[in-house]
Design a protein around this ligand. Structure first.
Ligand SMILES: [Zn+2]
Ligand SMILES: [Zn+2]
Length: 334
């Protein structure tokens, strides 16, 4: 008996940037930092391990034991969830963590020179630096769940050791210390059930080979921390062309930009322009400032919705421009 392939979807587990927040002013959009669960071709994949990772388990099927993870970069707001996610406290679970040391940046980021080598080492060393005393009492090897690190190998922009069932392209973003921007697609023809192991990594009761596919593979571009200066914008416009979903840094407003232009992030207006220019079907703005209240995001959303309405009218395409600010827990069917 074949198992039905679940829809390709993305769950935004955490959308806040820089630092987790809580309180009445952050209920709607949430306060957990970046972590995104992707399911393409029936296979799950996690991107980044911010505090949104604390809600990982409830979004995984119960037999989930082994999960691949792509890390954009090892800044605290993208790895802190590893310290407390319930997934880490179950023996028999394991994470295959893929990351890359990037020491340069493109574009004109003023911080690049002084900070570009600040982290150093491979991805295991970078993340391991947090999980060692005095910053944390136990190393990752003490958690019941296993962590297996893989340095991302790239040839001509293609990730050579992409997790099984996924095709991944990698672009170097513009962020102090470097960041990976990912374009992820289901590898096509992927099986929900194959060789007795489900795509979730658990043992399937109904093992067999499933030849069902979902048509053309869906594509997701994850650009979490990046200054979209002219050079980077041009690269991203091509890299993200016609993607089904663009998840993009839009931490600041235009009025804040002069003060924060060297912080390694972007304005939401520039992210909207990028999504429009690259032909993204959907856009979710993420990396909300820790000071950004629900009321402020609602006000920005109102402006963005009016922009999208205008774009749809101009294009005569009511189906386009599904653009919004991401919320913690939001599920997006691709
Ligand atoms: Zn960040
Ligand atoms: Zn960062």
């Amino acid at each position: 008996m074949m198992s039905p392939i679940e829809k390709d979807k993305v769950v935004l587990l955490g959308t806040r940037g820089s630092c987790p927040v809580s309180g009445d002013k952050f209920h709607k959009y949430g306060g957990a930092t970046l972590s995104v669960l992707v399911r393409l071709g029936g296979r799950p994949l996690l991107i980044d391990c911010g505090t949104g990772m604390l809600s990982l388990k409830k979004n995984l099927s119960s037999n989930k034991k082994r999960l691949p993870v792509l890390i954009s970069h090892a800044h605290l707001d993208h790895i802190l969830g590893l310290a407390a996610s319930s997934f880490m406290f179950e023996s028999g679970n394991s994470l295959d963590i893929y990351g890359k040391t990037i020491t340069g940046v493109v574009g004109n980021n003023a911080n690049a020179g002084s900070n570009s080598n600040a982290t150093g080492g491979d991805i295991a060393t970078q993340i391991g630096a947090l999980f060692s005393r005095p910053l944390w009492p136990v190393g990752l090897n003490v958690f019941p769940a296993k962590t297996i690190f893989h340095e991302i190998k790239i040839d001509n922009g293609t990730m050579l050791n992409a997790p099984e069932g996924f095709s991944v392209r990698v672009l170097e973003g513009n962020h102090p210390g470097g960041v990976c921007v990912f374009r992820i697609e289901g590898a096509g023809g992927a099986c929900e059930i194959a060789n007795g192991v489900s795509a979730d990594g658990g043992t399937a009761a109904n093992a067999g080979t499933n030849s069902e596919t979902q048509g053309a593979p869906k594509s997701l571009v994850y650009c979490s921390d990046c200054t979209l200066d002219d050079a980077t914008f041009a690269l991203l416009k091509d890299f993200a062309k016609d993607c089904d979903l663009l998840i993009c840094d839009g931490q600041y407003s235009e009025s804040e930009w002069p003060e924060y232009k060297d912080f390694g992030h972007s304005t939401w207006n520039t992210a909207v322009q990028l999504a429009k220019d690259c032909g993204a079907k959907r856009l979710r703005i993420v990396h909300h400032s820790p000071y950004r209240t629900d009321a402020e995001l609602d006000a920005f959303q109102e402006v963005m919705s009016a922009m999208c309405e205008k774009y749809r009218a101009e294009a005569g395409r009511p189906d386009l421009y599904d653009f919004s600010f991401g919320c913690d827990g939001e599920e997006i069917i691709l």
